[in-house]
Ligand binder design. Structure first.
Ligand code: SF4
Length: 232
């Protein structure tokens, strides 16, 4: 596993659970608003080092009794070729729950993890409506995300879809389209953009949405989804 770092305790990343958060190195997207842009390159710049897996498991050895689970985030965790073994070890050797964050662009790997019952909570970022995804990802990856969405909605997994909304990228019509495309989904979160440490430096001067605007997005999404919440 290419591990970039560890947040030892979080009460906000894994719903209703106290979790450690482990960050994987490498992502196949370049979202302009990404707050973790240092995690995008697969190869680290010289002078930077990955976190040894032995350090992470040594930490779990000491803290497993104080944690309910582990949140695996990135970067894009599904790019890691040994993710399945990593999750298996967390669940079986340390008896901890697993939350996985993903951009949904690798449906076959996701399916394998779901079939092996290695995910307790899944959070999938939906960046745009399908027609607008082309500004971020090639058609092949958009097809993968569509397959992931179908797979997840048809599953018994505890999951959420979520969209980070950015004033220059999203509006009410876009949110309505995204919601329509995931009709039947259990939970959808509209997450406000924060102009901090963004991949595109130009976004650092951009505002977040006002609460009243987020409320309009929520109402638009509720045309198609029964459980829409705002994260501001
Ligand atoms: S926001 Fe997520 S999917 Fe987008 S570049 Fe950053 S880590 Fe990758």
């Amino acid at each position: 596993m290419r591990l970039a770092g560890l947040q030892k305790t979080s009460v906000i990343d894994f719903p209703d659970q106290i979790s450690a958060v482990v960050f994987t190195q490498g992502c196949n997207f370049h979202c302009s608003y990404c707050h973790n842009s240092q995690l995008i390159p697969l190869k680290l710049p010289s002078g930077k080092e990955l976190m040894p897996e032995s350090y992470f498991f040594g930490f779990l050895e000491q803290r497993q009794n104080l944690l309910d689970g582990v949140t695996i985030t990135g970067g894009e965790p599904l790019l890691q070729s040994d993710l399945k073994d990593f999750l298996f070890k967390i669940k079986n050797d340390y008896n901890l729950l697993i939350k996985l964050d993903t951009n949904g662009s690798n449906s076959s790997e996701l399916k394998k993890l779901m079939e092996a019952d290695l995910i307790d909570y899944l959070a999938v970022d939906l960046k745009f409506s399908w027609s607008n995804y082309k500004q971020l990802a090639p058609e092949a990856l958009v097809s993968e995300i569509k397959s992931s969405v179908e797979l997840i909605i048809d599953s018994n997994l505890d999951y959420e879809f979520r969209t980070t909304v950015v004033p220059s990228l999203h509006d009410k019509e876009e949110l309505e389209k995204i919601a329509q495309q995931i009709k039947g989904a259990e939970k959808y979160f509209v997450q406000n953009f924060r102009p901090v440490n963004t991949l595109d430096p130009g976004l650092k001067d951009q505002r977040s949405f006002a609460p009243s605007e987020l409320e309009k997005f929520k109402l638009a999404a509720e045309k198609y989804l029964k459980n829409v919440q705002i994260r501001d």
